[in-house]
Design a protein around this ligand. Structure first.
Ligand code: FES
Length: 158
């Protein structure tokens, strides 16, 4: 599949970010983080542009984008729900809670519901280990989240 380089606003933003990192060593990762911070995701169309500007192959850039789960190819939903998968939360039902979220929302980790309301994600420790299972909904942290409470929190996002 051929992906054309972006034009217009995306190209302008990516160009500005690349310029800001000119001369820095190993700039690809910080550039990708900056692109995601500004656009909310890393569109596949920026891969050829970054490859050209950084003198890398498209495969190299694509490999980095897809290796790190932090980078999303599509815009996130209006709210992101992050379920903690680190050890302390796993010990008190974090995995079951995540599986409940997958079933309840009908999307896998990293995906967004078709209505664009919720992106489901996993996270490895929210710093709320004593109150697991921990979940972050948007900017708010919640502790001792049960499946029923998670459903209620998700319901408030819609
Ligand atoms: S292990 Fe879940 S918040 Fe730290």
């Amino acid at each position: 599949m051929t992906v054309e380089a972006p034009t217009g606003r995306v190209a302008e933003i990516v160009g500005r970010i690349v310029e800001a990192h000119r001369g820095s060593r190993g700039p690809l990762l910080p550039i990708l983080h900056a692109v995601q911070a500004e656009l909310g995701h890393v569109p596949p169309s920026v891969v050829p542009l970054l490859a050209e500007r950084l003198n890398l192959s498209r495969a190299e850039v694509h490999g980095v984008v897809t290796f790190y789960r932090d980078f999303r190819a599509a815009p996130p939903g209006r709210v992101t729900v992050r379920v903690c998968r680190a050890e302390a939360c796993q010990a008190v039902g974090g995995q079951a809670l995540l599986e409940h979220a997958v079933a309840s929302l009908g999307v896998e980790r990293g995906e967004t519901t078709p209505d664009g309301a919720v992106t489901l994600d996993e996270v490895f420790c929210l710093g709320n280990c004593a109150l697991g299972p921990a979940v972050q909904v948007g900017d708010r942290l919640h502790g001792r989240v049960t499946p029923a409470r998670l459903d209620a929190l998700i319901g408030q996002c819609r």
